[in-house]
Design a protein around this ligand. Structure first.
Ligand SMILES: C[S@@+](CC[C@H](N)C(=O)[O-])C[C@H]1O[C@@H](n2cnc3c(N)ncnc32)[C@H](O)[C@@H]1O
Length: 260
């Protein structure tokens, strides 16, 4: 027994010694460390291009088309979210933090619907409120899967409806229509988007106000704008005429990421 154990140890030792010796004999082009870095950089490039590709799909499709795609290929969403998390690491500021801070300071906001919640961090950080979080893919147990053109929330339930960087689909006007439906009179619609997506902040604000909203907060840095609107209207349905006006006035261009 003892002899066997010794032999085994000896063989392992020999193998690693032999491998090491062969390895040592190989000419090293860039040095071990640099080769690793090169492979990592290829992998990062590949991940980055997948992320940019999926991001572009989200900005150039309707909500139902994107939902269908993610149902067929859920791995795309995982890739998108990993890529998104990497992007966020580079941002000096994340508008979601501003929204969470705003909600925490406002105790009147009890019922919240997070439309296009991603990983639903808002719900995680506002545990003393009732938060319903919707996205195209169930990233964790806090997320309910829904296209945000139609969410399973009764009309007028929400004190606040949040769209944080989630007005992505070409039919985002329908996301806003759904937000209007589930928002109670005097409820708040909170929107954050990259400024670069808006032709003009004023035009965007006017377009939302004509639906029966009053702007109560406009916060911008050189990358993002955060807007808070109070619903003055008592109804829950936007009619054809209002939808046409909304489409005419509220424009958002796709947010396409550049290769780093
Ligand atoms: C840029 S991420 C932001 C996520 C989250 N709001 C945050 O700030 O961390 C936008 C999210 O909106 C979701 N989204 C886009 N269109 C959607 C739709 N039609 N229905 C549901 N979610 C949608 C995407 O899947 C993505 O998770």
């Amino acid at each position: 027994m003892e002899g066997k154990r010794k032999k085994k140890t000896l063989t392992e030792g020999n193998q690693s010694r032999i491998l090491k010796t062969k390895e040592e004999r190989k000419p090293k082009k860039n040095g071990g460390k640099k080769q690793g870095t090169l492979i990592e950089s290829f992998a990062n490039d590949l991940e980055g291009s997948k992320f940019r590709y999926i991001n572009e799909i989200l900005y150039t499709s309707r909500g139902d088309q994107a939902k269908h795609l993610f149902e067929e290929k859920p791995e795309l969403f995982e890739e998108y979210h990993q890529g998104y998390a990497k992007q966020v690491e580079h941002w000096p500021i994340n508008p979601l933090d501003g929204i969470i801070e705003y909600i925490k300071k406002n105790n009147q906001i009890q019922h919240i619907v997070d439309m296009g919640c991603g990983e639903a961090r808002l719900s995680l950080e506002c545990k003393d409120r009732i938060v319903e979080s919707f996205d195209l893919y169930k990233a964790n147990e806090r997320v309910k899967v829904a296209n945000i053109t139609k969410v399973p929330i009764q009309k007028g339930w929400s004190d606040a409806v949040v769209f944080c960087l989630s007005l992505m689909g070409t039919d985002f006007h329908l996301f806003l229509k759904e937000g209007f439906r589930i928002l109670k009179p005097n409820g708040l619609m909170i929107i954050a988007e990259p400024i670069s997506r808006l032709k003009s902040i004023k035009g965007f604000i006017n377009g939302i106000e004509q639906l029966g909203f009053v702007t109560i907060k406009e916060d911008e840095n050189n990358v993002f704008v955060m807007l808070v609107f109070r619903k003055n209207a008592k109804n829950y349905v936007l009619n054809q005429n209002q939808m046409e006006k909304l489409k005419k006035k509220v424009h958002l261009s796709p947010c396409l990421y550049k290769k780093r």
